[in-house]
Write a protein that binds this ligand. Structure first.
Ligand SMILES: Nc1ncnc2c1ncn2[C@@H]1O[C@H](COP(=O)(O)OP(=O)(O)O)[C@@H](O)[C@H]1O
Ligand SMILES: [Mg+2]
Length: 316
């Protein structure tokens, strides 16, 4: 075994003529927690959906490579791809209601998911109850008999996580799973996922527009802008010393920590780019306070840590 669980290289995904992912590359090690942050529309969900092979009808992967446990995912027969989805990589979505069938008891839904992967009978039942217990739902036997509408939003989100965990995945992708929940429940879910990571060595890709969440939950952060990762760094380094002006702007936009001096960084002006009409050069250049002539001529690649032509020393 090598120590790369997932390797994504130069992933490109389009909807018709629109290039939504323009070359996304990153790796995730077993048990690692990584955050993917960026403004709405930057391509975070498309990254996850491309990995899962669950893109909407009109979208397709047009280039790049995805390796899971060293195997090329696109080269797998459909049967093995289905097995990978859920049992290898599991995903929890933003809105738990869309992931649950309102007409079916939640226990039966978890069993159905397991059956689709060949786990049935007593083994399946034990795993289902264990998963409900792990996500902190009281009296698993009783909870299993409930319908989604008999549960609160926070409980439904826990059911969705239990569904994912029952499959014993190695990688959990969480796409803004807390945004629809109130702050207290968000905190509980964050703590829960972190606990599961520690107990099961689960790798987690946590997708959010909220840099504050990422700081609490992950060790490493990838910052996405206009369909590319523009910075990838350990969370501590990223906050202490951002190397991309966009990252610096995101940090500056965070509410200041209590008692901390606020860093004198400019917040981000302007609007997110229109993918259908990207400017030449760096897509962030029109909003970038550090822009030089080169930035509007040539797009920088993510070479070292950030995709930026302007070295930090010469920022103004
Ligand atoms: N159904 C769709 N039809 C056309 N374009 C879409 C559709 N869904 C998403 N997009 C485009 O894909 C881009 C990336 O979307 P998405 O990955 O959902 O962003 P994020 O999750 O970062 O908010 C968006 O900027 C949008 O332009
Ligand atoms: Mg999204």
């Amino acid at each position: 075994m090598n120590d790369t669980l997932l390797e994504v290289h130069d992933l490109r995904t389009s909807i018709g003529d629109l290039d939504v992912l323009r070359g996304v590359s990153f790796t995730i090690a077993p048990g690692e927690t990584v955050g993917l942050v960026g403004e709405s529309g930057s391509g975070k969900s498309f990254t996850a959906l491309s990995l899962m092979g669950l893109l909407p009808e009109a979208a397709r992967v047009t280039g790049g490579r995805i390796r899971y446990e060293g195997r090329d995912v696109h080269a797998l027969p459909e049967r093995e791809r289905r097995a990978l989805r859920g049992a290898g990589i599991a995903m929890i979505y933003q809105e738990p209601l869309t992931a649950l069938n309102p007409l079916m008891r939640v226990g039966a839904q978890i069993l159905e998911g397991l059956a689709a992967h060949g786990v049935t009978g007593d083994t399946a039942r034990r795993r289902m109850l264990a998963a409900l217990d792990e996500v902190g739902l009281p009296t698993p036997e009783r909870t299993a008999r409930r319908y989604p509408h008999q549960l609160s939003g926070g409980q439904r989100q826990r059911i969705v996580i239990a569904m994912a965990l029952a499959m014993r995945p190695r990688l959990l992708i969480a796409d803004e799973p807390t945004t629809a929940l109130d702050v207290t429940v968000q905190q509980q879910i964050l703590t829960l996922v972190d606990q599961l990571r520690r107990d099961h060595g689960l790798a987690v890709l946590w997708i959010t527009h909220d840099l504050g969440v990422v700081a609490r939950l992950t060790r490493r952060v990838m910052v996405m802008y206009a369909g590319r990762i523009v910075e990838d760094a350990p969370v501590h380094d990223l906050f202490k010393d951002p190397q991309h002006p966009y990252t610096a702007g995101l940090i500056a936009s965070l509410p200041p920590a209590r008692g901390a001096e606020r860093a004198p960084l400019p917040a981000i002006g302007g609007t997110p780019p229109d993918l259908a009409a990207l400017p030449p050069g760096c897509p962030f250049a029109p909003r970038c306070p550090q822009r030089t002539d080169r930035c509007t001529a040539e797009e920088p690649a993510l070479t070292h840590r950030a995709a930026c032509w302007v070295p930090k020393e010469s920022w103004t």
